[in-house]
Write a new protein. Structure first.
Length: 303
């Protein structure tokens, strides 16, 4: 089974790496947990190799593997996949990923191999009636059967007010999927296009208010807007009016100031640590830090 990535997977991973605190409200929503939002999110390795029947090894990259660590030190592992289409093989891949992630942290205790499966869920950007609220994976063993649930989150079911009320800012870049089936009509109807532009203008204003009230910082806001641009550019590639008008709103002019310079330095330092820990390639880190590979490597040697 081949592993494949999309532009939407890349946006998902970028948000998780660059604005990892935004994933906590999503976890609360999916798994009905009650994290405060100030816990520590620790990223785990999300690449591993699976041996195929022909003996070849296939590289598998999950969308996310992370733990949320409470103030008391209690840690719980999670695995979320971002799915842009309804795929009948998705649940098979979830089990493959989950079992590999469990093996990564497995340990021998006396004569037993102990593996702990992560809490897993699927974030659907598109869905149909065949997608339930919860999937079940059932495993039959010689000593009996066990099962675990894989809940789903359907982005198109969330309006923008709900997203802000529940602090699901992680979903904003994918909010445009709500309008996908109306693209043709919106693109050719100035009134509907203006309505869409007005909604996205309001989104940026609401993000500005969160920055002003110190709920998020300027960097998080800018990342949400940049990732929204990427998704809109991809999904509305054939609809020039929507693509140009909405991305202009989400782009905007960003002024340079001392706090942003300091934040960029901290961002680069964070990417350096991820590279050192083997969680991010130099090429990807350099891209996210808006540096050339040569510039990033120089910083890496200094660190």
């Amino acid at each position: 089974m081949s592993n494949f990535n999309t532009a939407y997977d890349d946006v998902f991973r970028t948000l998780l790496v660059d604005c990892r605190e935004l994933i906590i409200p999503v976890v609360n929503e999916v798994f009905h947990t009650n994290y405060s939002g100030t816990e520590r999110v620790v990223l785990h390795e999300n690449e591993f190799f699976m041996r195929q029947q022909d003996g070849e090894e296939e590289k598998i990259v999950t969308d996310s593997s992370f733990a949320i660590v409470s103030f008391t030190g209690e840690s719980k592992r999670y695995h979320l996949e971002c799915q842009s289409s309804v795929d009948g093989s998705m649940l098979i891949r979830m089990y493959e990923y989950d079992s590999q992630l469990a093996l990564q942290s497995g340990e021998m205790i006396q004569r037993s191999l102990v593996v702990r499966f992560p809490e897993s869920a699927i974030l659907y950007l598109r869905h149909n009636e065949s997608i339930p609220k919860v999937f079940e994976i059932r495993i039959h063993t010689p000593n009996g059967s066990i099962s675990y649930n894989v809940p789903t989150l359907k982005v198109q079911q969330y309006d923008i007010d709900t997203i802000f009320e529940k602090k699901l800012l992680f979903l904003i870049p994918f909010y445009i999927f709500t309008y996908e089936k109306q693209f043709s009509e919106i693109n050719d109807n100035q009134e509907k296009l203006e309505a869409l532009k007005s909604e996205y203008s309001m989104i940026t204003k609401r993000l500005d208010k969160l920055v002003e009230s110190c709920v998020i910082n300027e960097y998080i806001k800018k990342t949400i807007c940049e990732m929204s641009e990427r998704v809109i550019t991809k999904i509305a590639a054939k609809y020039e009016s929507i693509r140009k008008e909405v991305t202009n709103i989400m782009g905007g002019k960003v002024l340079e100031y001392e706090a942003k310079t300091i934040l960029r330095k901290g961002k680069t330092e964070a990417f350096l640590e991820l590279v050192k820990d083997g969680l991010l390639s130099i090429e990807e880190a350099a891209r996210r830090a808006e540096m050339t590979i040569e510039e990033f490597e120089k910083e890496l040697h200094k660190a």
